[in-house]
Design a protein around this ligand. Structure first.
Ligand SMILES: Nc1nc2c(c(=O)[nH]1)N[C@H]1C(S)=C(S)[C@@H](COP(=O)(O)OP(=O)(O)OC[C@H]3O[C@@H](n4cnc5c(=O)[nH]c(N)nc54)[C@H](O)[C@@H]3O)O[C@H]1N2
Ligand SMILES: Nc1nc2c(c(=O)[nH]1)N[C@H]1C(S)=C(S)[C@@H](COP(=O)(O)OP(=O)(O)OC[C@H]3O[C@@H](n4cnc5c(=O)[nH]c(N)nc54)[C@H](O)[C@@H]3O)O[C@H]1N2
Ligand code: SF4
Ligand SMILES: [Mo]
Length: 739
């Protein structure tokens, strides 16, 4: 066999870099950046190379496992589905649909099959117990964007190629490679901004890798972003710096915002923020007085008690300074496929609602059909109608990734039945009765469903499979369809492709109405996500309209461009009012739900700051909880360390390299101390996703240096009440050396 070259989008983080992968005799021999990629131009980070390790990892599951008498045994796919069929329907018959629950995790956003078919399983179960990593992450931004612009995917992102001032709050794209913002090579783009005379300003309780390359960095007390942002908005009004610019005629609610921020003067918030009033005013003035400027905020501002308010105020700033939807400001992508904010009537819509149902135990409102992940344990533990007895987990590891992981682990043990779709026997899936493995990303075709909606530039890139699939292994969308069929009582025998044809016929009817027969006929040669992609591309904003716009895109054209780096669809373009889907057809600057919540923040302004608090951290060679078993990433210095400022180390007698006991309320962990002047005094930083020392997991390499589980320390009862998002930082702790 000869060497072949393949082009594939990296599925390991939101940057979606184009890779060039060389294969010989069925083995990957090299992975590097694809210099011809129209979107990422050759950029990669060290994780890309680990795709080879992931593919070859001896611990990666390749066959289903069934637990019998407490021991996992390898099983055929038929046996695994038969086991599920024998156990799930009787449970549903006895206890009802809400006795089931389903959790979906982060890697599903990087697999088209999981993303486009997960909903079919959730619908077939018919349960209100739907959970995802979104409520450990970006739900506040989804909610604030939905309330302001009418759709959760309408998230404004910096037009970095043309901006002259970028204010980054609670994000570290140099380590994370960007989030809710697909921007490969942030560092190169930030450098270009500086070369053309622009400025990068970072606000973070740690002098991060991003802060280190910035022109200005300001420490902020964790959790205080809502106050900083409100005071910046207040400054704009007080100093008459408000300028709505091009979107002026599309903005509702400016007066309400003026009123609600009135008491949040820079002086009033300074102490709580740990920033001087002058600094806060200066930030507002810079933003207002720079022609092309944008505010971008991410997980540090979402995973806190006022996550939705902070996410909202970021866009309030972008609107009030005339930077929303303007070149060089905060703009909206227009994706070629699956772009809900291009569907239906242009410029107006139903808007969004929350609380259509509520969590049984906590009464937390549903948001976009989901309940807070931090409600999962209590929904399993608490007896009564609707108690979760059977759980599906799909590409998620909440025992490590969700606050109070040990409580959740104990709860999972009490389930009557648990099925995990995952590639590892890990801290979460060890609790399952059946594990159904997904395929290596190299074995599947891919097209990003979510990230082109959040990209720094519009593009369409398709990746064919690089390597053949293990014989007999279904694709993950086929597994989801089989599980859905079992949940509907149709049994395990049904053929996944036949199920797909039937479902597609229904979908086509819904989407294309009278044209459904023509759409079905035109896509007869395709199946699964590939068929959905063809329909999405052709009916999308750049599509050929199934022939009505012959120059437009279709799957064949996008596939053909794989060899040449994909299709570039140009720089971001203004999209207001076309993008709006609010009932008013306006930008809702002052949604009542958010205005009302400002009183909660106001009442909290004077709360004293604890002496020592903990926040999270990301490292470029790690990814949430599941890449610590890959040799290329696991080597090198130990990364799960608690960064402590020298003053705090002296005060609490903490020694560099030593093991410290960290306690918060009744919970505690032990972590290695690393003294670092990068930290704001009084703030400790520890990465999440570690703690690979739990019995029953099969992660040989990760277990050698397990690290500490930050989420064993965090309180699962702390949430942003509007979005249901977990609070993952700003938690009071005490620290002392272990003896
Ligand atoms: N304290 C703290 N906790 C956090 C965070 C934080 O900043 N601080 N961050 C939060 C954020 S932003 C997120 S997104 C969540 C992530 O939390 P999760 O959604 O739970 O994601 P991971 O921890 O990455 O676990 C991914 C799981 O998917 C499996 N997997 C990987 N690839 C595949 C595949 O191709 N198919 C299948 N079926 N399974 C696969 C892995 O084996 C693993 O079990 O963590 C959150 N938790
Ligand atoms: N290498 C790597 N890349 C990743 C991941 C990973 O685990 N590893 N995870 C991926 C996922 S799932 C996501 S969601 C993204 C997240 O992407 P980012 O949002 O860029 O995530 P972080 O790197 O954790 O940066 C968050 C920053 O917020 C700061 N911070 C903490 N609390 C506060 C606060 O209260 N206020 C302010 N202003 N700042 C605060 C932290 O110090 C940190 O620097 O990264 C993705 N990319
Ligand atoms: S930054 Fe790294 S992990 Fe993220 S997509 Fe690019 S190569 Fe993959
Ligand atoms: Mo995330």
């Amino acid at each position: 066999m000869t060497e072949t070259i393949h082009h594939r989008i990296c599925p390991l983080c939101e940057a979606c870099c184009g890779l060039e992968i060389k294969v010989n005799e069925g083995r990957v021999i090299s992975i590097r950046g694809d210099a011809n990629d129209v979107f990422s131009a050759g950029y990669i980070c060290p994780k890309a190379v680990a795709l080879k390790d992931l593919h070859e990892d001896p611990d990666r599951l390749r066959t289903p496992l069934i637990k019998r008498n407490g021991v996992f045994e390898e099983a055929s796919w038929e046996e695994a589905f038969a086991e599920i069929e024998s156990r799930l329907p009787p449970l549903m018959a006895a206890h009802g649909r809400d006795a089931t629950g389903v959790v979906v995790g982060n890697p599903s956003a990087h697999k088209i099959g999981l993303l486009t078919y997960f909903g079919k399983l959730a619908r077939a179960l018919g349960t209100q117990n739907v959970f995802s990593a979104s409520t450990l992450d970006q739900m506040p931004k989804q909610l604030s964007s939905g309330l302001m612009f009418g759709h959760w995917i309408s998230i404004a992102l910096p037009d970095i190629a043309r901006t002259d001032l970028l204010l980054v709050i609670g994000a570290n794209p140099l380590a994370s490679n960007g989030s809710l913002w697909t921007v490969p090579d942030f560092k190169g783009k930030a450098k270009a901004l500086q070369v053309r005379g622009g400025k990068l300003v970072v606000i973070d309780p740690r002098r991060t890798e991003t802060a280190a390359v910035a022109d200005e960095h300001h420490f902020i007390r964790p959790g205080a972003d809502v106050f900083l942002l409100a005071a910046m908005v207040q400054t704009l009004f007080a100093e008459k710096l408000v300028r709505l610019g091009a979107v002026a005629e599309w903005v509702n609610g400016v007066e309400d915002v003026t009123r609600v921020v009135a008491t949040f003067t820079p002086e009033a918030v300074a102490a709580r923020c740990g920033l001087s009033a002058d600094t806060i005013r200066g930030l507002a003035r810079q933003l207002a007085c720079t022609e092309r400027a944008a505010v971008y905020a991410r997980i540090g501002t979402c995973t806190q008690e006022y996550g939705t308010l902070a996410s909202w105020l970021v866009d309030v700033l972008n609107v009030l300074t005339g930077h929303l939807d303007q070149p060089g400001g905060a703009m909206f992508a227009k994706a070629a496929a699956f772009a809900s904010n291009t569907a239906g009537k242009s410029g107006i819509g139903k808007g969004v609602n929350t609380g259509r149902h509520r969590a049984r135990v906590s009464c937390a409102p549903e948001v976009y059909g989901e309940l807070p992940m931090t409600c999962l344990a209590e929904e399993i533990e608490t007896a009564g109608p609707g108690q979760i007895r059977a759980l599906f987990t799909v590409a998620t590891n909440p025992v490590l990734s969700s606050p109070n992981g040990p409580r959740l682990a104990a709860a999972l043990e009490t389930l009557d039945f648990m099925v995990s779709m995952d590639i590892y026997l890990n801290e979460t899936t060890r609790h399952a009765d059946v594990i159904l493995p997904g395929n290596s990303p190299l074995e599947e075709m891919h097209y990003d469903v979510a990230f082109p909606q959040l990209s720094w530039r519009n593009h369409a890139r398709y990746s064919p499979p690089v390597l053949p699939r293990t014989a007999g292994a279904p694709e993950e969308w086929q597994t989801l369809l089989k599980l859905a069929a079992i949940a509907r009582g149709e049994g395990a025998q049904a053929d996944a492709n036949a199920l797909d044809d039937a479902q597609f016929a229904e979908d086509a009817q819904r989407l294309a109405g009278a044209n459904a027969p023509a759409v079905i006929e035109a896509t007869r040669h395709l199946r699964g996500p590939q068929r959905m992609l063809e329909v999405a591309l052709r009916t999308g904003p750049y599509g050929d309209g199934f022939g009505s716009k012959p120059d437009g895109l279709n799957l064949a054209k996008v596939m053909a461009a794989n060899a040449t780096g994909g299709i570039d669809l140009g720089a971001l373009q203004p999209r207001i009012p076309e993008l709006l889907r609010t009932p008013s057809g306006k930008i809702e600057l002052a949604p009542p739900l958010l205005l009302a919540d400002m009183a909660r923040a106001g009442a909290d302004l004077a709360r004293p700051t604890p002496e020592l608090i903990i926040i999270g951290r990301r490292e470029v060679r790690s990814n949430n909880s599941w890449m610590h078993n890959l040799p290329t990433l696991a080597k090198g210095p130990f990364r799960c360390t608690a960064l402590v400022h020298p003053l705090d180390a002296a005060r609490w007698n903490l020694q560099d390299g030593g093991l410290a006991h960290i306690a918060s309320g009744p919970r505690s962990i032990q972590a290695q101390v690393q003294i670092s002047a990068e930290m704001m005094p009084g703030v400790v930083s520890l990465p999440h996703g570690w703690g690979h020392n739990l019995p029953g997991a099969q992660l040989k390499l990760a277990a050698e240096r397990p690290g500490a589980n930050l989420n064993a320390l965090l309180d699962d009862q702390l949430r942003d009440p509007l979005s249901g998002n977990a609070v993952l930082g700003g938690i009071a702790i005490t620290m002392a050396m272990c003896r």
